[in-house]
Design a protein around this ligand. Structure first.
Ligand SMILES: Cc1cc2nc3c(=O)[nH]c(=O)nc-3n(C[C@H](O)[C@H](O)[C@H](O)COP(=O)(O)OP(=O)(O)OC[C@H]3O[C@@H](n4cnc5c(N)ncnc54)[C@H](O)[C@@H]3O)c2cc1C
Length: 431
C-alpha cells in the first residue's frame, strides 16, 4: 500500500511535533511515522513507584526561548524544584559534607576560568560558528581544558564530575565548545546555565506540552511504525516501514537522534560526512534513575566520583515516610535500571544511612530508537559536522536537538530545529 502526503515526518519527539504542526498550519498535509507506541521521544512521563516521573528530558527555563514560547502558547507553567540545604561530594578518596552553597562556591571560580571565553568565542549562541575563532578550540576536550586549569585535586575532581554530569557521559572526548555553547546560551553565566538544567519542570509534565502540540496540529500520526528505508529523488521521497508499507511524499523530515540515524537506509546514501558523524555519535551515553529511599530526607545534592555508575543525586520529592531522588551517571551500561542493590552500594558511599527501597528508569542507550540520552557533542562536531547535518540533501531534511544551534542538548533545541526544518521545507515546496 502506498499513501501520499506532502511531507512525512519521521519521529514524534519535540522536533517532529513542532515541524508537523507548523507545516499543517501552512496548509501542507503531513503524516508522522513514529516507531514507539507513544509520542514525545526522549521525554517520557510515566507512572512509576506511585507517581508520575520524567524518565527522560525534564527541566526547562525561561532562558530557553523556544520551549518557553510553546509553554506560553498553551498556557503551561513550571513547577520549581526544591532549594537545597545539604551537599555531599566525593573527592580525594573521601566523602565531604557541607551546606549546599558550599558546592557552588567550590565550583564557581573554576567554572568561570573554564568558561571565561564563552561569550567571546560564541557571541551569538544561535549562530555558534559566527566567530571563526571557535574552530580553533573545537578539537579540545573538556577533560584536557579542566586539567590545564591548575586546580587543587579536590576542586579538579569535583569540576570533572560536574562536567561529566552535564555531558551525561565521559569527558575525555567531550567537546570544550559544547560547554562553551551551553554557557553562551545562558549569557555567559554558568550558574544560570546550571539552574536552566535542573530546576524548573513543566507543569503536567513533558507529555502535557507534547500532547498540546499534537492536538494543535492537523498531522496524522502512526505509532508503532518503524521506518527502515528512504528512497529519494529530485522531486520527492518514498519512505518504507518495517512491514513493507510505503509512503510517497514531496519531502521528508527525519528527526532520528544522531546515534540512531544510520538505522535507516538511504538511497542514494546520505553524504559520507553525515554517515561518519552518525557512526561516531555523541557523548551523552549515560544513565538517569529515580530512586525511592526510606524516610523523609532533607533537600540535598550529592556529587560522586567522576567514574561512578551514578555520580550525581538530588532529592526531588518528599513524602511522610520516603523521599524520591533523581540520579545520573556517565555510562548507561554500568548501572542497571533494575539493580536496587547496586544502587544502594553506590549511594551509601556518598550519603550515610541511606536505604534504597525501589528504583525506576529507562535505559536510553539500549533503546534502539535513541541509543543515547541528551545530545552532547564530541570534539570536532561543531566545526566539521553541524552545518553538514543541517544541510538538506534533495528532499531530505534532518531536524532534532542533535542538529540544533542554540540549546542543542535540550527540548528547546528540538523545537528550534523543528521550526527551522518546517520553514525550509515550506520554502522548498512553495517556490
Ligand atoms: C535521560 C534524559 C534526560 C534529559 N534531560 C533533559 C532536560 O532536563 N531538559 C531538556 O530540555 N532536555 C533534556 N533531555 C534532552 C531532550 O529530551 C531531547 O533533547 C529532546 O527531547 C529531543 O527531541 P527530538 O525530537 O530531537 O528527538 P527524540 O525525542 O529522540 O525524537 C525522535 C523520535 O524518532 C523516533 N524514531 C527513531 N527511530 C525511528 C524510526 N526508525 N522510525 C520511526 N521513528 C523513529 C523515536 O522513537 C523518537 O520518538 C534529556 C534526555 C534524556 C534522554
Amino acid at each position: 500500500m502506498t499513501t501520499d502526503n506532502d511531507v512525512i515526518v519521521i519521529g514524534a519527539g519535540f522536533a517532529g511535533l513542532t515541524a508537523a504542526r507548523e507545516l499543517t498550519a501552512k496548509g501542507h498535509s503531513v503524516r508522522i511515522l513514529e516507531a514507539r507506541d507513544r509520542i514525545a521521544g526522549r521525554t517520557w512521563l510515566d507512572n512509576r513507584m506511585g507517581r508520575n516521573l520524567e524518565l527522560g528530558g525534564t527541566w526547562v527555563h525561561w532562558v530557553q526561548p523556544h520551549v518557553w514560547a510553546e509553554m506560553s502558547r498553551y498556557g503551561i507553567g513550571v513547577v520549581p524544584g526544591p532549594e537545597f540545604q545539604t551537599a555531599y561530594w566525593w573527592a580525594d578518596g573521601q566523602r565531604h559534607q557541607g551546606p549546599a552553597e558550599k558546592i557552588l562556591e567550590i565550583l564557581d571560580e573554576p567554572n568561570k576560568l573554564l568558561l571565561g571565553q564563552a561569550r567571546e568565542l560564541i557571541p551569538l549562541p544561535y549562530q555558534p560558528l559566527s566567530n571563526p575563532a571557535v574552530k580553533g578550540v573545537d578539537h579540545e576536550s573538556v577533560s584536557t581544558r579542566i586539567d590545564q586549569l591548575g586546580l587543587d585535586e579536590e576542586t579538579r575532581q569535583l569540576l570533572r564530575t560536574f562536567w561529566s554530569l552535564n555531558f551525561n557521559g565521559r569527558i575525555e572526548e567531550a567537546a570544550f565548545t559544547q560547554a562553551l555553547r551551553w554557557c553562551s546560551a545562558a549569557s555567559g553565566d554558568w550558574m544560570l546555565m546550571f539552574e536552566a538544567c535542573a530546576t524548573y519542570k513543566i507543569q503536567g509534565g513533558t507529555s502535557a506540552l507534547a500532547e498540546a502540540m499534537l492536538t494543535d496540529s492537523k498531522a496524522e500520526v502512526e505509532l508503532n511504525c518503524v521506518v527502515k528505508r528512504i528512497d529519494h529523488h529530485e522531486g520527492g521521497v518514498t519512505v518504507t516501514t518495517d512491514d513493507g508499507t510505503t509512503y510517497d511524499a514531496k519531502a521528508v523530515i527525519v528527526t532520528l537522534p544522531l546515534n540512531a540515524l544510520n538505522s535507516i537506509e538511504f538511497s542514494p546514501a546520505l553524504s559520507e560526512s553525515k554517515q561518519a558523524a552518525a557512526s561516531r555519535g555523541q557523548a551523552g551515553l549515560g544513565a538517569k534513575l529515580w530512586i525511592k529511599v526510606k524516610g523523609k530526607w532533607d533537600r540535598f545534592v550529592a556529587f560522586g566520583g567522576e567514574d561512578w555508575p551514578l555520580n550525581f543525586v538530588q532529592s526531588e520529592y518528599f513524602d511522610e515516610d520516603s523521599t524520591t531522588l533523581v540520579a545520573f551517571g556517565p555510562d548507561g551500561t554500568a548501572v542497571s535500571v533494575e539493580d536496587t542493590a547496586a544502587v544502594q552500594a553506590i549511594l551509601e558511599r556518598l550519603v550515610p544511612g541511606i536505604e534504597v527501597l525501589e528504583i525506576a528508569g529507562h535505559s536510553w542507550v539500549e533503546d534502539e530508537y535513541a541509543k543515547s540520552t541528551w545530545p552532547m557533542h564530541y570534539t570536532g562536531y561543531l566545526s566539521e559536522n553541524l552545518e553538514e547535518m543541517q544541510r538538506p540533501e534533495g528532499r531530505i531534511f534532518l531536524a532534532g536537538a542533535d542538529y540544533a544551534n542554540g540549546w542543542g542538548g535540550f527540548i528547546d533545541g528540538a523545537i528550534e530545529s523543528g521550526l527551522t526544518a518546517s520553514r525550509t521545507v515550506h520554502d522548498v515546496l512553495t517556490f
